[in-house]
Ligand binder design. Sequence first.
Ligand code: GLU
Length: 504
Amino acid sequence: MSKKVRVRFAPSPTGGLHLGGVRTVLFNYLFAKQNGGDFIVRIEDTDQGRFVAGAEEYILNTLKWCGLEPDESPLHGGPYAPYRQSERKANYKQYAEQLVHDGYAYYAFDTSEELEAKRKEVPNFQYNQFTRGGMNNSLTLSKDEVQEKLVSTPYVVRIKMVEDETVVFTDMIRGEVSFNTSQVDDKVLLKADGMPTYHLAVVVDDYLMKISHAFRGEEWLPSAPVHILLWKYLGWEADMPQWAHLPLILKPDGNGKLSKRDGDRLGFPVFAMDWTDPKTLETTIGFKERGFLPEAFVNLLAMLGWNDGTDREIFTLKELVEKFSMERVHKGGAKFDYEKAKWYNHEWIKGSEVESLESGVKTEFEKNGVVITDHTLLAKVIGLVKDRCTLLPDFVQQGSFFFQSPDTIDVAAVKPKWDEKKNLFFTELIRAYELSTLWEVHDLEKEFKELAAANQLKPGDLMLPFRIMLVGGKFGPGVFDIAALIGKGETVRRIEHTLGLIEH
Ligand code: GLU
């Protein structure tokens, strides 16, 4: 019987979630759901020095926003709880001891001062098979010395990297990968405070939590030989998950992994949601707050490194679950293109039902001081302007004037071509509209055009001034759509107001 699919996202709570991290979540999620499996979130917080308050909550909130809810996590619980490594401390030491006992690891007593001195003395010093013989550890000290030190001094446990062996494994994305163990150092497995390092904890927990497939970023590839040897040394080789190292998301310009700094430099978000560093109180903008829809964000992340073999680019999460395949995940990194990301959002906004946009758009209006009380009007406005909006804040520019008079009127755009005939036309238009019993788009347009003809004016020359009167500038949907929605009183008031401004 094949193993039940169980995958995990194992973030360290050190800050905001980079879009590469969310893409790792997404591929985990898609693979799990496609195979009727479980998606687990495990918080890897054994490095207390890097722990950042609030980061775990932020990560889980991000997953919620994206609609990528885990089946098991610190928040959702589950049969393998706890899901925070700091709460699993008691699990790890026994395995470190087992490795020492079996000759695959050793105790190291070197003080931080001694290590520091070594690093100063030897450039790029590595604690490894070539240097361990000159250090203070259970391989170089006598049995008695070791016994004495174990009770009297702090110590760590290090893996004893085997000499000149080739570790080969099959990665689901990269195929066969091999490493020579001479290139790998003797990583610390258990720290002096009794906490495991990431390397030991990740292997022990993947084993105890019955993880079947381990997806993670390509930056973890160099650690794979350590993990694979640990699986072997702990006698768990038959249960080892299948590995999949996901390609990096690259800078739009130049080479290398896309970083938060690139986002700051080029003016786009890299984190999923706003992240405020609790120490510096500095906030880094997120895709959510920039006005991306979660559906678009998920869609664009899926396409960074995968396609379905056709030109199709728009997929719902449900469709991604159906169509996703590991075979079609690219080996090479994907360059991030913010303009393309915005294109996805635009497509999603255009294609979304008005109802599903309402709460997000309302929030944007409120953030900008536009109070929405009329929800029927809100729905109509969204329907009218959504094709013109790329990001949610665009609704404010495209739609505030439906709810309040424009703050400024671009009179300068009207004045040069303004004359008495136009003045007369708009004065008559006010009267005609005031008398109008019907207030529908079609009737408003008809009256406008008839009046223009009667005054021997081209409607085309009057449309721009009319637009500026209603919205303040050269933007927005059809002018008669706008007049119909804002109503008679408001339309008349805005024409009068601008006529007054033009005169002065
Ligand atoms: N804790 C690691 C991280 O922060 C997880 C790597 C892995 O999935 O093995 O990304």
